[in-house]
Design a protein around this ligand. Sequence first.
Ligand SMILES: CC(=O)SCCNC(=O)CCNC(=O)[C@H](O)C(C)(C)COP(=O)(O)OP(=O)(O)OC[C@H]1O[C@@H](n2cnc3c(N)ncnc32)[C@H](O)[C@@H]1OP(=O)(O)O
Length: 437
Amino acid sequence: MKPADDGPGPALRTERFTALREDGLADQRLEGWFDAMKFGFHEGRADPADVVQYAESYAADARILTAVYDDAERPGVWDPAIPVATYATMVNTVNTGGTLLPAHLVTTVTVRPTHRRRGLLRRLITEDLHRAAEDGLALAALVASEATIYGRFGFGAAAFARRVHVDVRERFALRPQAAAAAGTVEVTDPEALAVLAPEIFARFHARTPGSVGRQFSYAQMVSGRWQQHKPEPDRTLRAALCYGDGGSADGYVCYRFAGWDSSPRTVKVVDLVAATPEAYLGLWRYLGSIDLVERIDWPLAPVEDPLPWALQDPRGYEVRHEEDALWLRVLDPAAALQARSYAADGSVTLEIIDPLGLAAGRWRLTAGGGSAAVEPLAPGAAVDLVLGADVLGSLYLGGTSARTLAAAGRLAGEPEAVQRLDRLMARPVRPYCITHF
Ligand SMILES: CC(=O)SCCNC(=O)CCNC(=O)[C@H](O)C(C)(C)COP(=O)(O)OP(=O)(O)OC[C@H]1O[C@@H](n2cnc3c(N)ncnc32)[C@H](O)[C@@H]1OP(=O)(O)O
């Protein structure tokens, strides 16, 4: 791809490219792009030897990379081939609780400290979201480094997860009914997960509203082929598989010991994916049976976790904190709202305020028989509720209720209309996302 356009400063130049060129070789801009991205996230410098593997992984994801270069000439300045801003996107599916909807995933956004707060991110994301909408994508998604950045661009926190510490000393035991239901676990060579993890995840993804499809590197990391920040084998990783009655692999966990100096002695879960409730219980029974360990630390437990209800002593399950795991941005309200399911029949009219213009307008949502039709209304039409695009993102998966958002002053309308919207959008389970992208 050719340079897209000039940046806001006179010497800024923006380029979009893919990781692999048409001839199959890594794009020569990728190494600098990695260096900039790693600088932005406070990681060590990129090793040029790694770039080929990352290029193949990014190509498998069909990522589009954006780089902003500062061409101003100053003696001794860091290599001008290293961009001052990075940005990347790829398409993967979000389980909307109705379908697996292709969504525009935004990732690896960095702006160099010397160039921050000049509107670089604003320009990149505004142009990019318009392009994604023109490409016909109804939803954009990201995982946010800070909760204060993306609301202004129409993203709302849509799914949450908990960091939990589970005490696995003698007090850890499943209740008899849970123990009877739990699947059988066997230790595995993590390498087996290179093939099995994507299969198990696909089943989890299909049954879990809020889940986002995973990028190529996940299978590399959970199988120990790659370390988190380097495409080299990770020999500290351990793994176990859980089997269903018919012998199918229904869940896996990979984890590492935090070291003999950890106090209490801790195992950190790297990834835990269960395609069935029985596999979830089986994996936890296994984690609770690892000797010489006192605590399991897992940062991505579901908000509605069956585990404490399955434990003899639920006070051994400690919630350390709860945090947004997924942010959503509706690009096309009609397409997005028609792509989810509805709990009740009825109708509500909405005005969506969107400074970026993408979702702005007035809409009637009419739900019936589990699905909905969404039609645009005339600009001056009376509406029941007024909300921002970011609020729509938070409501979309049912992770937060309209009642809560109205109480926070984020949604305006009569209480009866707020209740009506909640009745339509209600979900039996909270959305859950264990994909970090
Ligand atoms: C999906 C992801 O990749 S999440 C990772 C995001 N990246 C990081 O956290 C890495 C470290 N931070 C950075 O690289 C940069 O500070 C960025 C990317 C967060 C922001 O880039 P900038 O170019 O400085 O943002 P820009 O100048 O376009 O600011 C746009 C608006 O966002 C606001 N803003 C930007 N960053 C922040 C922040 N961290 N907290 C609060 N507000 C912010 C600005 O004040 C501005 O507000 P306004 O236009 O409404 O007045």
